[in-house]
Design a binder for this molecule. Structure first.
Ligand code: SDX
Length: 428
């Protein structure tokens, strides 16, 4: 029996269907509201709005739960690896051995970039932020890979997806090398996905480079934790861009641009810079005070979340990984890690953060691990972008593959001038 809600507006009573999900809250279907009642709903930050139907990722903010295709992130982080998670997000099921081998083969053999694309980098200043370079180069991929631009061809959609997952690490590593004036490294097919990325970032022609397996495993886990996250700002950007029929490379470039913001994927860079600015444990109370001061724009970066009103499950795994990696590297007394742990302890005992349900999010500890690996803070968000590309592409494929999808076109609450006549300059 279909559930529904009755909305009374003046003399009108509108029946609004209620749809029940597999997990999570019911949704009120308001698609006919404007036609029947001549009113819009108003939800500027989309805090109460389901923009689409999806089967990919589920988040329960109250329980601190994150599922990729139904599998809890904690189990995947412990027992899976990034390319297997990519397969799961893209195709909906964990691969068997043959499917996993074929997928890894296809990704591995798409990691190189068209040689002409190397020249794109030359146009950027050396001190460009790698995110600026990545937005430019990923968008420009649509100027090269003309055989995977037709979004109506399932095969071309598949090729574009493989190319993006395979090439984003190469592009990010090139952006990093370009920013430090070192030569690019080509991908090495004998290395796994995370190890290949570390090699492309840190190998130099002057000496041999061996991937540290501890760091490669930590990088792979960081990539799994960031792979997808329901309808966050950058994923919603990719979906909205895709709804116009834009090609997949342009849509992913739009997602990278949105992720860059410090309220979103840029928070990992901002968080480590904040921890460094705090510097020592005795300076934490001053920053806690500032974070609570409404007249001070300062916020605790890496804290709070639109959905998680409990611990971000990714932050828990990331914190364990930070302890493990820094311990194995013999830097467990890393001052930044000590400040982070003390800041978390103090904040979680403070009424302001407790009452507003502000907990560490995925960005709070990730920067400490990436810093220990040798990455500059400017590379933190590019690494988030590499990881999230599979989520963006999976959500984009789901939307494009939906025969009922249409261009996204929100309306507004207009508070501007009423109609008025033009006044000639001589009368103003
Ligand atoms: C990511 O959506 C996703 O899923 C994103 C992400 C993903 O995987 O895609 O999870 C990745 O973006 C994680 C979030 C990274 N951002 C940061 O760490 C930046 C710092 N956090 C905040 O800017 C903020 O918490 C947001 C943006 C994350 C969430 O903001 P909301 O949901 O719009 O919440 P809000 O701004 O309305 O805050 C609610 C209250 C406010 O106080 P009041 O107006 O009610 O008095 O909490 C306060 C805020 O001032 N608050 C903070 C705070 N975050 C919120 N106060 C101090 N420090 C903070 N970090």
């Amino acid at each position: 029996m279909t559930k529904s809600a009755k909305l009374t507006i003046g003399e009108k009573v509108i029946d609004l269907p209620i749809h029940s999900p597999t997990l999570g809250p019911d949704v009120l279907d308001i698609r006919k509201l404007y036609a029947e009642a001549d009113v819009f709903t108003y939800d500027p930050g989309f805090t109460s709005t389901a923009a689409c139907e999806s089967t990919i990722t589920y988040i329960d903010g109250d329980k601190g739960e994150l599922l990729y295709r139904g599998y809890p992130i904690e189990q995947l982080a412990e027992r899976s690896h990034y390319l297997e998670v990519c397969y799961l997000l893209l195709y909906g099921e964990l691969p068997n051995a043959a499917q996993a081998a074929d997928f890894e083969y296809r990704i591995t053999r798409h990691t190189m970039l068209h040689e002409q694309i190397h020249y794109f980098f030359r146009g950027f200043r050396r001190d460009s932020h790698p995110m600026a370079t990545m937005v430019g180069v990923v968008g420009a991929m649509s100027a090269f890979y003309h055989d995977s631009l037709d979004i109506n061809d399932p095969w071309q959609r598949e090729v574009a997806a493989i190319r993006m997952i395979a090439k984003l690490p190469t592009i990010a590593a090139m952006a990093y090398k370009y920013s430090i004036g070192q030569p690019f490294n080509y991908p090495q097919n004998h290395l796994d996905y995370a190890g290949n990325f570390l090699h492309m970032c840190f190998a130099v022609p002057a000496e041999s480079y061996t991937v540290n397996p501890v760091l490669a495993k930590a990088m792979d886990r960081i990539m799994m934790l960031h792979a997808d996250h329901e309808q966050n700002a950058s994923t919603s950007t990719v979906r909205l861009a895709g709804s116009s029929g834009a090609n997949p490379f342009a849509c992913i470039a739009a997602g990278i641009a949105c992720l860059w913001g410090p309220a979103h994927g840029g928070a990992n860079q901002a968080c480590l810079e904040m921890l460094r600015e705090i510097g020592t444990v005795d300076r934490i109370p001053e920053y806690i005070r500032r974070a609570k001061d409404k007249d001070d724009p300062f916020r605790l970066m890496g804290f709070g979340h639109r959905v998680y009103k409990n611990f971000d499950p990714r932050a828990k795994v990331m914190k364990e990984s930070a302890d493990e990696v820094l311990g194995l590297l013999g830097i467990e007394n890393n001052p930044t890690l000590q400040v982070a742990k003390e800041l978390e302890r103090i904040a979680l005992e403070d009424e302001y953060f407790v009452s507003k349900k502000l907990y560490p999010n995925v960005d709070f500890y990730s920067g400490i691990i990436l810093d220990a690996m040798g990455f500059p803070t400017s590379m933190f968000t590019p690494i988030f972008a590499i990881s999230r590309t599979v989520g963006w592409i999976s959500q984009w494929k789901e939307m494009i593959g939906d025969p009922t999808q249409k261009i996204g076109r929100p309306r507004q609450l207009y508070k501007g001038e009423k109609t008025r006549d033009y006044v000639d300059l001589r009368h103003r």
